[in-house]
Design a binder for this molecule. Structure first.
Ligand code: SER
Length: 528
């Protein structure tokens, strides 16, 4: 059997052999895109190479990229544990051509790796193409010898790939693996396509355009290629299962999760198994994020991390564990993935300690919170709603992120009254505003509440880096939000993220410079 580590190496080795530079995974917190919460695809680090803004010393690359899809545009958090293929953290294998080869070689390379190198049977593979991409149709027939009925034409929704509202994009061609008729499901493009039988294992994007903020689409300097293949899915195929949680890496993590929570895998019911999967999946996200310096907090990325950690912790208690347990799985993860990702080895102690402290903190209120939840829902049944005030109290006093409460009620088919939750939150904000004594300069103080409401918190990146990109979210001058600060004017600049440390409780705020297209400013002080 090829292990996950073998498959990763063999993918990278195959493309190196074919003239590709093996490039390390970029961080999960993107350095080159201040609008993206987490790196969610292999091409993120190459975004500017596709558009021609950045030059690299190679025009073919291959990576195994760390990805997190929890929060932001792609959010898989809610599904994790309950399906065979959703993860908050996963690895995307990819090969890239920056103006070098295009459709022909992209298809040839993918087909050769799958069928020759890895020996997957040709009759189990199906391709999809963008509906009017006749060239791709001909290439699949010629290169792979696939019959026309196994090359499915699909529309833009599934076969035109866009990074986001802006950025490189193009038509794509996906490869599906048929796990066989013991699973329910149909080929792509049929009403049964969402079943577990046909699984997408590779996406070849023929990058040709850049989507601009004004809605127009321009041609890239040269046609390029961006491919992505989920390592966990490929490993499932190669290891003869259709469930990602049954591959060797997840077996090791799940065994370890069972051990530290004191359950036996034998005879465990579906709910227990789902909880173990949640713990194993979330352990990977939390460990990789912490290794990069993201810490659990109540804002931005730190809050996504906290939600992931607390969701895992509730599932550990569902398994019967009432002591900090999850941090004890970290050594297993480091053993399994540390060779490919040395940041895990370097950060092992820090990761364990951070997880343990968060477990200790949350376990103090988790039991009490669950008792309140139990009490508030004991009369409720399928389709009922938990009132927003209770959900808010759990959030505010017991540290239950909203999705944790939703997750806890999911199996009973009880929903949370979201508008009631928002109302309770707004009431609390208004109270805080009323009781804010402030510095006496009413105008100055008031504007900050408006800014906080409008743009949300600023994320601090300064533990990891002293320079970073950010988006200006507000400008303030003379106690008012303004559209611009002009040459010679002094005012406040609010950013969505910053490496500048803000003065609070005695420490001095950072100074430095801000630069942007056609603009620049000296930072005289930073305040929180
Ligand atoms: N960027 C494409 C995707 O995420 C291919 O890697 O599917």
């Amino acid at each position: 059997m090829q292990s996950v580590n073998d498959i990763r190496s063999s993918f990278l080795g195959f493309f190196e052999k074919n003239g590709h530079e093996a490039v390390a995974s970029s961080p999960l917190v993107p350095r080159n895109d201040p609008t993206l919460m987490f790196t969610n695809a292999g091409m993120v680090q190459f975004k500017n190479v596709f558009t021609g803004l950045e030059k690299r010393p190679y025009n073919r690359a291959t990576t195994a990229q760390k990805c997190v899809r929890a929060g932001g545009k792609h959010n898989d958090l809610d599904n994790v544990g309950f399906t065979a293929r959703h993860h908050t953290f996963f690895e995307m294998l990819g090969n890239f051509s920056f103006g070098d080869y295009f459709k022909d070689e992209a298809i040839t390379l993918a087909w050769d790796l799958l069928t020759k190198e890895w020996g997957l049977p040709k009759d189990k593979l199906t391709a999809t193409i963008y509906e009017d991409d006749d060239e791709a149709m001909e290439l699949w027939k010629k290169i792979a010898g696939l019959p026309e009925d196994r090359i499915v034409r699909l529309g833009a929704k599934s076969n035109f790939w866009q990074m986001g509202d802006t950025g490189p994009c193009g038509p794509c061609s996906e490869i599906f693996y048929d796990h066989g008729d013991k699973y329910w499901g149909g080929p792509p493009g049929t009403p049964e396509e969402d079943g577990d039988r046909f699984v997408e294992i590779w996406n070849l994007v023929f990058m040709q355009f850049e989507q601009l903020p004004d809605g127009s689409r321009v041609k890239l300097p040269k046609p390029s290629v961006d491919t992505g293949s989920g390592l966990e899915r490929v490993a499932a195929v190669m290891q003869g299962t259709n469930n990602n949680y049954e591959i060797d890496l997840f077996r090791a993590l799940i065994d370890s999760a069972a051990q530290v929570t004191g359950v036996s895998l034998k005879g465990l019911d579906e709910g227990g198994l789902a909880s173990l999967r949640v713990v194993a999946d979330h352990l990977r996200s939390m460990s990789f994020l912490i290794a990069e310096g993201v810490l659990p907090s109540n804002e931005g990325r730190g809050y996504v991390l906290r939600r992931i950690m607390r969701r895992a912790m509730r599932h550990a208690t569902l398994l019967g564990s009432n002591e900090p347990a999850i941090h004890r799985i970290v050594p297993t993860l480091v053993r399994e993935m540390g060779q490919a990702y040395p940041e895990l080895v370097r950060g092992e102690q820090m990761i364990e300690e951070t997880v343990r402290l968060e477990e200790q903190r949350f376990l103090k209120t988790l039991g009490r919170g669950l008792a309140i939840l139990e009490d508030a829902t004991k009369e409720l049944g399928k389709g009922d709603m938990l009132d927003g005030v209770t959900a808010f109290k759990l959030y505010d006093t017991y540290g239950f992120p909203l999705d944790l409460t939703q997750d806890a009620l999911r199996l009973r088919d009880i929903h949370v009254d979201l508008s009631g939750f928002e109302d309770a939150m707004a009431r609390q904000r208004a109270e805080a505003r009323k009781s804010w004594a402030g510095s006496g300069e009413a105008g100055e103080d008031k504007v900050w509440f408006a800014v906080a409401d409008k743009v949300g918190p600023t994320e601090f990146l300064g533990y990891e880096t002293e320079t970073a990109e950010g988006v200006v979210t507000a400008l303030i001058r003379g106690g008012q939000m303004v559209e611009a600060l002009n040459e010679g004017e002094e005012g406040f600049v609010v950013l969505n993220q910053t490496p500048f440390y803000g003065e609070s409780g005695g420490q001095v705020g950072d100074t430095g410079t801000l630069t942007g297209e056609g603009a620049g400013a000296e930072v005289l002080d930073t305040v929180k």
